[in-house]
Write a protein that binds this ligand. Structure first.
Ligand code: SF4
Length: 489
């Protein structure tokens, strides 16, 4: 056997072409699906990233904040490259590059040297430390390490350094997001609560959302309302800054003094109930004003819920411009419903995205037939089931909790659907099934600018309907017989 260079190579395994063909067909069968779903000790292609990646995303959302990975350099490269490939922007972060000696003697020396270098070289306003698996396994005590760094004068005593424990063997990027967000807010707001003070502002927590267009859309919506808003944590500029020939390590982010004063806000809303439970629980106990936890506003119903809650909290009418926008979104759905009606979809992703996708599809009369979450709780499952139960289109649809994208592949091959909604990792399964993948989640490595196109709010509805229906129409045009190739669709 010769390789591409014409050199003789010995195959690692000797299989006949017939055997390869047999296995290829077998992994598409129902028999294989049963074996695949009986699998317990192995995860293949999970639909989530690791905890520190979520922590890093939060750190990028605050002004002048340097994300600092206490742990392995390879892990740090993974979070940085994943964010970098998704946004096509730099994701500057440092690592104290623990190696074997750190694993044996503890990572304090690495952390101290790293803090000294990072503080001196990158001149941050705040450092947000989070951990990879290695220091978590050996039990590094970050409270003591950071205290010792300040006592030794490695960084000034009053310089804000905070940390979050983000062990990836116990959670996903949404858990890391939550741990880092609550840690940053606890640090920034300490001693800032003033009795009787009210900023009059809305604190908005978008949740673990990787779409910069969504952040801009929220700001636009609240501008229509005439409500001042503090977005916690705001990545819209960090990962979508203008290309003007200059570079800043710290582009954008929520201003630190604004985040500190958020504790005196008029109201706080989280739109990531599954990505921010710890943060929201702490906010309820510590922040002034009203508190509300709502679903990510994907689809008409969930967007309505957000706008009505804001109107109620601030004693304002929903602005006429937003009502008109709603009407346009409903019109866009009505014009396009025939192309999605009764079509089956498979959806996967983070719980907050999933509840939105499912709600949106049911509104369109489509069927979220396979719903897969690779790290979810009974609570998520219950909420998804209640969405299905409330609609005629939810009948026969099934939720697969704690399953991965190799399970999804079996589902697509044995019980077909028209399309998949998820992130780039699902493209292999979608290709094997010969159906389109709509990339609304995270990460998206293989298409451009999707993170700039909002999927929340009424504009998000229009964007999603347009992307999905036009793809179906493209497929029809590309695959139909000549006699059915029509000008009108
Ligand atoms: S799972 Fe653990 S070891 Fe793997 S990249 Fe994430 S932090 Fe590093």
């Amino acid at each position: 056997m010769a390789n591409a260079l014409g050199l003789d190579v010995k195959p690692v395994t000797e299989y006949t072409a017939e055997e390869v063909e047999r296995v290829k067909n077998w992994i598409n069968s129902k028999e294989y699906k049963e074996k695949n779903f009986a699998r317990q000790a192995l995860v293949i292609n999970p639909a989530h990233a690791c905890q520190p990646l979520g922590a890093q995303l939060v750190a990028h959302g605050f002004e002048g904040t340097l994300p600092f990975v206490h742990g392995s350099q390879g892990c740090a490269s993974y979070y940085r490259s994943t964010l970098n490939r998704h946004f096509r922007e730099p994701a500057p972060a440092v690592s104290d590059a623990m190696t074997e000696d750190g694993a044996v003697f503890g990572g304090q020396a690495n952390l101290h040297e790293g803090l000294e270098n990072a503080y001196t070289l990158y001149k941050p306003k705040m450092i947000a430390v989070f951990t990879s698996c290695m220091p978590e396994v050996i039990g590094d005590d970050l409270t003591a390490f950071i205290k010792n760094a300040k006592n030794k004068g490695i960084v000034p005593a009053d310089f804000p350094i905070l940390y979050a424990n983000t062990p990836s063997f116990n959670g996903t990027h949404i858990h890391g997001y939550d741990s880092m967000l609550v840690s940053i807010l606890q640090t920034l707001t300490e001693g800032k609560k003033i009795e009787g003070r009210c900023t009059g502002k809305l604190n908005l927590i978008p949740g673990c959302d990787f779409n910069t267009g969504d952040y801009r859309e929220y700001k636009r919506i609240f501008k229509e309302f005439g409500i001042a808003v503090t977005v916690l944590a705001d990545i819209s500029e960090t990962f979508d800054s203008p290309c003007d020939g200059t570079y800043s390590v710290y582009a954008g982010g929520t201003k630190l003094d604004e985040a500190a004063d958020s504790i005196n806000g008029k109201a706080t809303i989280t739109l990531g109930p599954y990505a921010t439970p710890k943060t929201f629980s702490w906010i309820k106990d510590n922040y002034a004003g009203e508190h509300a936890s709502l679903s990510m506003p994907i689809g008409i119903v969930k967007t309505d819920a957000l706008l009505m809650k804001v109107a109620e909290l601030f004693g304002k009418e929903v602005p006429a411009a937003l009502k008109a926008e709603r009407g346009r979104a409903v019109d866009a759905m009505t014009d396009a419903q025939q192309y999605m009606h009764d079509k089956k979809f498979a959806v996967y992703g983070d719980p907050d995205y999933l509840t939105g996708y499912v709600s949106f599809l049911l509104e369109m009369g489509a069927r979220p037939y396979h719903i897969l979450c690779s790290r979810g709780t009974k609570k998520v499952e219950k909420e998804l089931q209640s969405l299905l139960d409330a609609s005629a289109y939810g009948k026969g649809c099934k939720i697969y909790m704690n399953k991965d994208l190799w399970h999804l592949r079996s589902l697509l091959l044995t019980d077909p659907v028209a399309a998949v909604i998820g992130d780039t990792h699902g493209k292999f399964a979608a290709r094997d099934a010969g159906i389109p993948l709509f990339r609304f989640g995270f990460p998206v490595f293989d298409r451009v600018n999707l993170h700039r196109s909002p999927i929340i709010g009424y504009q998000g509805v229009i964007n999603m309907v347009t992307a999905i229906c036009n793809k179906f129409l493209d497929i029809k045009d590309e695959t139909c017989e000549d006699r059915f190739f029509e000008m009108m669709r």
